[in-house]
Design a protein around this ligand. Structure first.
Ligand SMILES: [Zn+2]
Length: 180
């Protein structure tokens, strides 16, 4: 009986196994089941400290999940209707996912058909900063976190009463803090 084919098959299987050395996981934190990352490695994160931060981008890049860094500091935009909060109406507040700065109260959130979480006013005046944004041939107002400078989204003047404003914010940029 010729056992050569069997031996050959075994050898092939062994070599196939040998190539599956798992790649080392990224060092950056990733989102947990609640779509929030582990803030324990982020020493700047606070819901109460409103002092301005001046953290180098290289430092944020080490601390933040990749998708958050992309939106916060490379001015990315999540795809409409894909974020965790566009269709969410929990009671509580929303904070900047980068630094924890409290940005919005849930009672200023409204159902918008745009596909991103939408609010009609910030939690306090200086929670958010505003910048003219003429990218992509549009005249828009960019919103950034008043504490850490992270890009959040844009504000438009087609919102509901009482302010008439629509803060259109990336879900990735927000951490929801439920009422305890
Ligand atoms: Zn922030």
């Amino acid at each position: 009986m010729n056992t050569f084919p069997l031996l050959l098959a075994s050898a092939l299987m062994l070599s196939a196994c040998g190539t599956s050395n798992g790649q080392s996981a990224s060092k950056n934190p990733t989102m947990d089941n609640n779509n929030q990352y582990d803030h324990s490695t982020n020493p700047y994160y606070s819901h109460t400290d409103t002092a301005k931060l001046d953290v180098p981008l290289a430092e944020w890049k080490k601390i933040l999940p990749e998708d958050l860094y992309y939106i916060a500091f490379e001015k990315g935009t999540e795809r409409a209707f894909t974020g965790k909060y566009w269709d969410f109406d929990g009671i509580g507040t929303y904070a900047c996912a980068v630094c924890g700065n409290v940005l919005f109260r849930a009672d200023s959130k409204f159902a918008s058909s745009c596909g991103w979480p939408s609010f009609f006013q910030p939690e306090r005046k200086d929670a958010i900063h505003y910048h003219a944004d003429n990218a992509f041939g549009m005249i828009r107002t960019e919103t950034t976190c008043g504490r850490c400078g992270a890009h959040l989204g844009h504000v438009f003047d087609d919102g509901p009463k009482p302010t008439g404003q629509r803060y259109c914010i990336n879900s990735v940029s927000l951490d929801f803090i439920g009422k305890k």
